[in-house]
Design a protein around this ligand. Structure first.
Ligand code: UD1
Length: 420
């Protein structure tokens, strides 16, 4: 098993190129199940979750070719409709194949995803919406069995809660349904927007893209022709490297980034004392003289993302004063707290709220990554901790960060990947 050995650093300097967004890539790869052509996808990030989903598709019979600049996915030969436990257990987002497989074949089985480090993460809203579209759903021996022999029917769906993969799943199911489906309280994340835009370019009319009410005009079972597209930049990877600049009080530039997707993150970093120079596709962070404390509430886009909560907690340990961080989306997303405490952070937890007393001197030690974003928070803390930090279980990190140690190494960090 790999781990990272990181030394503290005085400051970082240089440019980091941002990869394609993992969370945009996953639904867009699942969407290829709806295609009658081979689909060219550019700017896919090199991360484990993408390999996992492509493997799931090849297991089902699809053909995947890796060319220089793009991945070509041909789902015409896809014939299996069962996503088995061995893959789904490694990545919950495998549930994204449920909507498109059911829409195309009229039946689908997906293993129930099971537990998750950051909370319960139920999928009841996905299933309820598919039932409203006419699917018969049974849970048998750990599997979701869904059937819609006459095809899915357009209807009005009102999500009780905003769900990102739930919205993506239903948009894909609705794309091939009979008639029109209206989804109210839809997720507005840029990753959902890109899915809708690519479907629109593929001939599926979708009204209300980027709003909380989406109307999808289904093709009544006809497969679609999907043109080549390029994945949007990863706003969470970008936000993580902005935190690396902020915590080390460094000037670094991010390229291939979409500043307008980072509104809430930039606003909080500004409150904490950083400033920025923006172009259409780059962000330069200028160091704060003094890092100021902050109040953060995680919420759905366009508010502050839960996927940046752990990284801001690492940054708050270096702020002069008391920061309050409230997690509203996932009940157990504070596993990084005990690891940061082991490095010397002064954090108290009360239900969904963390109080971070800064500034504390952090010390390098052995710590354990507990989930994807928690892992990157530990890397950020390691950049300013005295001495050496060994971050174990980085398979969590590899799920979603493309070459993190190389990218940070490129701007002056001393991080090595070693084997236990
Ligand atoms: C996606 C992102 C993840 C991010 C999260 C919230 C992907 C692949 N993952 O996860 O990185 O942290 O959005 O921005 O895009 N819920 C239910 N029932 C459901 C579905 C969700 O109760 O059927 C609840 C969840 O427990 C959670 C909230 O709704 O409290 C939001 O979850 P959701 O948006 O579905 O998260 P994911 O799509 O799994």
């Amino acid at each position: 098993m790999d781990y990272l050995k990181a030394q503290s650093v005085d400051s970082l300097k240089g440019t980091i190129n941002i990869s394609g967004a993992k969370n945009a890539s996953l639904p867009l790869i699942a969407m290829t199940i709806l295609a009658k052509n081979s689909v060219n996808i550019k700017n896919l990030p090199h991360v484990a979750d993408i390999r996992t989903l492509l493997k799931l598709l090849t297991n089902l019979g699809a053909k995947v070719d890796f060319l220089d600049e793009k991945v070509v996915v041909d789902t015409k030969p896809l014939h299996e409709t069962k996503a088995t436990y061995d893959i789904v257990k490694t990545m919950r987002a495998s549930i994204l194949v449920l909507g498109p497989i059911l829409a195309r074949f009229g039946h689908c089985e997906v293993s129930l995803p099971g537990g998750c480090a950051i909370g319960q993460r139920p999928i009841d809203l996905h299933l309820k919406a598919l039932e409203q579209m006419g699917a018969q759903i049974e849970i048998k021996a750990g599997y979701i069995e869904a059937r819609a022999p006459k095809g899915l029917q357009g209807c009005n769906i009102i999500f009780d809660k905003i769900t990102v993969t739930g919205t993506a799943n239903i948009v894909m199911a609705a794309a091939l349904a009979n008639g029109k489906t209206t989804i109210t309280n839809a997720a507005r994340e840029p990753e959902v927007v890109q899915l809708c835009e690519v479907l629109n370019e593929s001939g599926v009319t979708i009204d209300g893209i980027g709003t909380a009410v989406l109307t999808v005009h289904g093709t009544a079972g006809e497969l679609i022709n999907i043109p080549e597209f390029s994945i949007i930049p990863d706003r969470i990877e970008a936000g993580t490297y902005l935190c690396a600049g902020a915590i080390t009080k460094s000037k670094i530039t991010l390229t291939n980034v979409e500043p307008k997707h980072l509104g809430a993150v930039l606003a909080k970093l500004e409150e904490m004392g950083s400033s920025f120079t923006l172009t259409e596709d780059s962000i330069t962070i200028h160091p704060a003289k003094k890092i100021k404390p902050v109040k953060i509430i995680t919420q759905e886009y366009p508010a502050f993302p839960t996927d940046m909560q752990a990284q801001f907690m690492a940054l708050a340990t270096q702020a002069d004063g008391v920061s309050i961080i409230e997690e509203r989306l996932f009940e157990n997303r504070f596993m990084h707290v005990s690891e940061l405490q082991r490095m010397g952070a002064d954090i108290t937890l009360n239900a969904h709220t963390a109080t971070v007393n800064g500034k504390t001197k952090l010390s390098g030690t052995d710590v354990m990554a507990t989930d994807l974003r928690a892992s990157s928070a530990l890397v950020l803390a390691a950049l300013v901790a005295n001495g050496e930090t060994n971050i174990h279980r980085i398979y969590h990190l590899d799920r979603g960060y493309d070459a993190l140690e190389k990218k940070l190494g490129g701007v002056g960090a001393d991080i090595q990947r070693l084997s236990e």
